[in-house]
Write a protein of this length. Structure first.
Length: 501
């Protein structure tokens, strides 16, 4: 059996070791918040970037797409590399790449330079994020302690998207678009400086050092093609030969990956991991919820800016209610999971998120913030907190210490891949029904508030249905009593359960 020992130095007092663990949590949570923030912070700055760097309308999307392709495509590989090469080592390598590329993003002088640097930034994030989560997993014992840590992690992850829109609007309005990238540099340097003192090194003792090159190539290529195909579909249509060809190639690579993993002696993603029902359910709901929530932020930003004519700064400020609700209820969420279990909390969170999406679907053309948006933002924030935290806990429940990195990469991957898939589908639905509205109402225009709001409404209803499906999956598949943890804690050390016995 593959085992792993992650221990504090023997001579270190237990109180000091415990303090360092929680300070280490602050370090990896700060890095994760920075990564999630960067997914959303760019959106409100796109008009300024387009003007300053002379982007064409068709190429502007690549500022986001380049990051998403590398981030979503390499996460699974990044998680396994953390297991094999060392979690702290990969965390620091990803952080260095993310920080340096953030600086280069802000200094970009042309279309091509910014797209290349954003690709590098996405790669850094894909190495950093699963390594950070696997460090959390191997540092905190499964149960109440890990739930508390994941509650803090969930607050950072869940609020990062909303905070990114707020911070992006503030920085773009008061300084320039370059500062949405420069802001990462001092944070990255500070986190990098304290990491060697606060985080210990660990790696999986797999009994071998073979690397699944074929599996890594097929899944990374397949996921990157999928993200690209979904993004391209919104620009050129789903029925074009190019889009169909890209989707088919992506499906073929993912299918090849599954075949390779079943035959590999050292698989990148051990298929036995899916025998854990709670882990499987969490990843399925993560995929569905990722699609719903990424799309929610995207459509709401368009509604506020194109229909209500909010500025970038005002759009960002509007998300404060959502951000504070996520942060406030993440602590409640982890406490409820500890007391009631994932099976009761996760479906409830998804149901509340679906209810919030229905409220967003009913937004009027001349909407008011406090009477229309504010209640929906609050409900959405509570639902996201009650969904993201148990989803993260479930994605790591019952996982062997040797598989902590790959399980962390998997739960990150499902959420990040769900994002572009959801946005592509929601954009297509909204555009289609906006066109239908214009055709049915003489005098209406595609950019008119009534036509846009109608298209957004249908898309929000579809997203609500997706969130409800996720709730049903969670209710049916999550185990009422998940598998026992693989490790126990004795005198502040994590050791294999069979040795603890």
């Amino acid at each position: 059996m593959s085992t792993e020992i992650v221990a504090q130095p023997a001579a270190e007092p237990r109180e000091s070791a415990d303090s360092r663990r929680w300070l280490g949590l602050a370090v990896i949570v700060a890095a994760q918040f920075m990564v999630v923030l960067d997914v959303a912070i760019v959106n409100v700055a796109l008009p300024s970037i387009k003007t300053d760097l002379h982007f064409s309308e068709s190429s502007l999307q690549w500022v986001i797409t380049a990051y998403s392709i590398f981030f979503g495509g390499v996460l699974l590989l990044g998680g396994r590399l953390a297991d094999l090469l060392g979690r702290r080592r990969l965390f620091m390598a990803g952080l260095v790449l993310f920080t340096v590329s953030s600086l280069l993003d802000g200094l970009a002088w042309s279309e091509s330079s910014l797209i290349v640097f954003r690709s590098l930034q996405g790669l850094g994030a894909a190495l950093l994020s699963p390594a950070a989560l696997s460090i959390l997993t191997t540092t905190f014992r499964e149960g109440r302690e890990r739930n508390l840590a994941l509650g803090i992690w969930g607050a950072a992850s869940g609020s990062g998207g909303a905070a990114g829109v707020l911070l992006g609007g503030a920085l773009t309005s008061s300084l320039s678009w370059s500062w949405i990238f420069f802001i990462n540099v001092p944070v990255g340097i500070l986190v990098l400086a304290v990491t060697p003192w606060l985080l210990g090194e660990s790696r999986a003792d797999l009994g071998h050092r073979r690397f699944d090159v074929t599996g890594a190539a097929t899944i990374t290529g397949g996921l990157m093609l999928l993200v690209y195909a979904m993004t391209r579909a919104t620009q050129h249509g789903w029925g074009t030969a190019e889009t169909i060809g890209l989707l088919a190639a992506s499906a073929a690579l993912v299918a090849a990956f599954v075949v390779v993993e079943f035959r590999s002696r050292a698989p990148l993603l051990p298929m036995r991991i899916f025998r854990l029902r709670t882990l499987t359910a969490s990843n399925v709901t993560g995929l569905l919820m990722g699609g719903a929530i990424f799309s929610q932020f995207f459509l709401l930003t368009l509604y506020m800016q194109q229909v209500l004519h909010y500025s970038a700064l005002k759009t960002g400020v509007a998300y404060i209610a959502l951000t504070l609700a996520i942060i406030s209820f993440s602590a409640v969420s982890q406490s409820l999971v500890t007391r009631l279990g994932i099976r009761r909390v996760l479906p409830a969170g998804l149901a509340l998120s679906a209810a919030a999406l229905v409220l967003f679907a009913r937004l009027p053309v001349h909407g008011s913030y406090f009477s229309d948006l504010f209640p929906a933002f609050l409900l959405s924030g509570i639902g996201l907190a009650l969904a993201f935290v148990p989803m993260s806990i479930g994605g790591l429940t019952g996982v062997k210490q040797a598989d902590a990195g790959i399980a962390s990469g998997l739960i990150n991957t499902t959420q990040q891949i769900g994002g572009p898939v959801g946005v592509a589908a929601a954009t297509t639905i909204a555009t289609m029904f906006t066109t239908h509205f214009v055709d049915a109402h003489p005098g209406a225009t595609p950019l008119g508030g009534a036509a846009l709001t109608h298209g957004f409404a249908i898309a929000f209803y579809v997203l609500a249905a997706v969130a409800l499906v996720g709730g049903v999956v969670a209710a049916l598949l999550v185990e009422s009593k998940p598998a026992a943890p693989e490790v126990e804690t004795v005198d502040g050390e994590l050791i294999p359960a069979e040795l603890a016995a």
